[in-house]
Write a protein that binds this ligand. Structure first.
Ligand SMILES: O=C(O)CCC(=O)C(=O)O
Ligand SMILES: [Fe+2]
Length: 280
C-alpha cells in the first residue's frame, strides 16, 4: 500500500494547516480561537476532501463488527456511569441518560488507515496545540483510547454530559438518515454555580434550550465541553449508522487511560447486531 500523505486528504486550500505561520494561517487560527471562545465550538466543514472521506467511510464501516457495544446509562457529571446517591433521586446529578453506541478502539484501527493518518498528522496536532494554547501537545499514547470510533445505530445516543476537559476533537465520517445531531448549551455551568435549574430545563425541552448543529460528514469539530452541556441526540430510523472519529490528545507524551476504565470498555459485548444494511 502506498504511504498516505495527510496533506492530500485535507482541504489545505481552505484550511491552511500546513502553513500556520503565513498570513492566511494566522487569520485562520484567530478565527478558530474566537469561534471556540464565543460559541464553545469551532466547525471546520469539508475539512476532509470528498475522495478521502469516501475512503474513510469504507474503511470504518469494515471495522464496525469489531466494536465494543457500550451500553450503560450515564449521568451528566464526572464519573459518567457512577450515580452519586447522596443527591435526591430526581436531581440532575442522578438523572441517567441513555448512553449507547459501538466503540472501535485505537488498536483495532489499522496503522495504514486514512483516519489514522489524519490523526497522526503533525500539522493537525500543532494546529490543535495552538488553538488550545498549550506549550506542548501530543497525540494520546493510549493503545486503547488514543483514536476511537463511535458508531450509533437507531436508538443509540451519547447522553447529556460535560467533558472532564475542554478540547474534544472529532471528525464526522458518516451521518445517519435521521437524528444523531450534536446538541449543546454553551457556558451552562460555571465553576462556582452548576445552574441546576437550567440543566433540568435542557433535559426536559432540549429543542427549546439547546443549540442543534447540522454537521456534515468530513467536518472536523473542536469543542469545549467542560462547561457546555452536550449530547448526541438519539439516532432515528436509518439505513446507515452515524460514524464519528474521536481524536485524543494530551499535554504529556505518555498519557494512558486507567486500567479499570479500559477493562470496563473491553468487557462490553462485541456480538451485538451491527444494524448494517447494504448501502442504497
Ligand atoms: O459524538 C460526538 O459528536 C461527541 C461525542 C462526545 O461528546 C464525547 O466524546 O465526549
Ligand atoms: Fe462529550
Amino acid at each position: 500500500m502506498k504511504p498516505v500523505r495527510p496533506a492530500a486528504l485535507v482541504d489545505v486550500g481552505r484550511y491552511p494547516m500546513d502553513n500556520l505561520d503565513g498570513p492566511s494561517g494566522t487569520e485562520f487560527l484567530a478565527s478558530c480561537r474566537s469561534e471556540l471562545q464565543e460559541k464553545s465550538i469551532c466547525v471546520l466543514e469539508g475539512f476532509v476532501k470528498p475522495h478521502a472521506l469516501a475512503g474513510m467511510v469504507k474503511e470504518t464501516r469494515a471495522l464496525i463488527p469489531l466494536g465494543y457495544y457500550y451500553d450503560r446509562p450515564r449521568t451528566s457529571y464526572e464519573g459518567n456511569d457512577y450515580v452519586d446517591r447522596n443527591w435526591p433521586s430526581d436531581h440532575p446529578r442522578t438523572v441517567e441518560h441513555t448512553n449507547r453506541y459501538r466503540q472501535v478502539l485505537n488498536y483495532q484501527i489499522p496503522n495504514d488507515s486514512l483516519v489514522r493518518s489524519v490523526f497522526h498528522w503533525p500539522a493537525l496536532t500543532e494546529f490543535v496545540r495552538r488553538i488550545l494554547g498549550f506549550d506542548t501537545l501530543y497525540t494520546c499514547a493510549c493503545p486503547h483510547l488514543a483514536l476511537t470510533l463511535q458508531i450509533a445505530m437507531e436508538g443509540d445516543s451519547n447522553g447529556w454530559h460535560y467533558d472532564s476537559n475542554n478540547g474534544n476533537i472529532t471528525l464526522l465520517i458518516q451521518e445517519p438518515d435521521s437524528g444523531g445531531e450534536f446538541e449543546y448549551v454553551p457556558g451552562l455551568r460555571e465553576d462556582h454555580d452548576e445552574h441546576y435549574d437550567d440543566v433540568r430545563a435542557v433535559f426536559e425541552a432540549p429543542r427549546r434550550h439547546a443549540r442543534r448543529t447540522d454537521i456534515r460528514p468530513g467536518t472536523l469539530v473542536l469543542f469545549n465541553g467542560k462547561y457546555a452541556l452536550h449530547r448526541v441526540a438519539p439516532v432515528g430510523p436509518t439505513k446507515r449508522p452515524r460514524i464519528i472519529a474521536i481524536f485524543s490528545y494530551d499535554r504529556r507524551p505518555d498519557k494512558l487511560f486507567s486500567r479499570d476504565y479500559i477493562d470496563m470498555v473491553r468487557s462490553f459485548r462485541q456480538d451485538a447486531e451491527t444494524g448494517l444494511n447494504p448501502r442504497p
